[in-house]
Design a protein around this ligand. Structure first.
Ligand SMILES: [Fe+2]
Ligand SMILES: [Fe+2]
Length: 295
């Protein structure tokens, strides 16, 4: 890879200096009350819509719990996929320069998977299943790797928006704040690493085949990845578990989900959550414009 070795070395040193024991890092209360929200109110997927105004405080608190479970479950499944992929390619010649950092990355993600799963199982007794993102049957190995690193990056930046906000919210329970805060600290390194890898792989693909067809195909796939993660914010099961379907005025959780996902008032929120990552892909030439995020 053409990534500056000093950059990688800096990430390795940073990770080592910020290392912690995940199993001792947090104080886990036996239970978590619903007397307050588990995230900032404007992170709820009802925020900005008419549905939001129909919910009582108790219903918003319940929704904040189950959307936290949704979010943390996305992390658990996302990490499983990333670790599988990274474990497969870690000793390949192409990734020789970043192999050491990939070891650290796997260890950090394993810690994240553990604490997110522990949270869900302890306070909600479940981890939600998550539909896997499919890029279809990608024949070219380099392109398949690009999509894997790109979807990891989109995912990390998406999650980080939530983590950063909740991690600095003085009103949420300590365990909620701490988990979000710790994840935000670790992910800032992953995001900067992921951006380098994505740019490098894209450059190599184009140096081999810079045709419009290839550029177009990659742009469509990146857009598809971003759209996929926007959709994952809205989980019908979270609306059912939070008991908000009836109060929402919709007949079914799926109808509520579809209405929220496409509510014009939500576009601005999608922009706030995803603009930073979409802008990175635009600046790096992988996509041409970012307006689809708020359409
Ligand atoms: Fe993580
Ligand atoms: Fe990460």
């Amino acid at each position: 890879m053409q990534i500056d070795p000093q950059r990688i070395q800096r990430l390795v040193s940073l990770s080592k200096s910020k290392a912690y024991d995940p199993y001792e890092r947090f104080d886990w209360p036996d239970s978590l009350a619903l007397d307050r929200l588990w995230c900032d109110e404007d992170l709820l997927t009802t925020h900005g819509t008419a549905v939001h105004d129909r919910l009582s405080f108790e219903q918003k608190a319940a929704l904040s719990k189950w959307e936290a479970v949704n979010f943390f479950s996305l992390n658990v499944h996302g990490i499983k996929g990333v670790m599988e992929f990274v474990s497969r390619c870690i000793y390949e010649e192409r990734y020789d320069d970043i192999s050491e950092y990939l070891h650290i990355f796997i260890a950090e993600e394993n810690a994240h998977m553990w604490f997110f799963a522990a949270f869900c199982r302890r306070y909600a007794r479940t981890i939600y299943p998550t539909p896997a993102f499919s890029t279809g049957d990608v024949q070219d190995r380099l392109e398949a790797d690009l999509y894997m690193f790109a979807s990891t990056l989109v995912f990390e930046e998406f999650v980080d928006f939530y983590n950063h906000k909740v991690g600095t919210n003085p009103d949420v329970a300590d365990i909620v704040r701490e988990i979000n805060h710790q994840h935000h600290l670790d992910e800032s390194r992953h995001v900067s690493f992921g951006r380098e890898v994505v740019k490098d792989l894209y450059g190599e693909i184009l140096s081999r085949d810079g045709s419009n067809e290839t550029r177009e195909r990659i742009a469509r796939t990146i857009e598809g990845i971003i759209r996929y993660f926007i959709s994952l914010m809205y989980n019908p099961q979270a609306y059912i578990d939070a008991g908000v379907v009836e109060a929402s005025g919709f007949k079914t959780a799926s109808a509520l989900r579809n209405a929220l996902r496409t509510d014009p008032a939500r576009r601005e929120h999608h922009g706030v959550w995803f603009r930073r990552t979409a802008d990175f892909f635009r600046r790096s030439g992988l996509i041409e414009d970012v307006s689809f995020v708020t359409q």
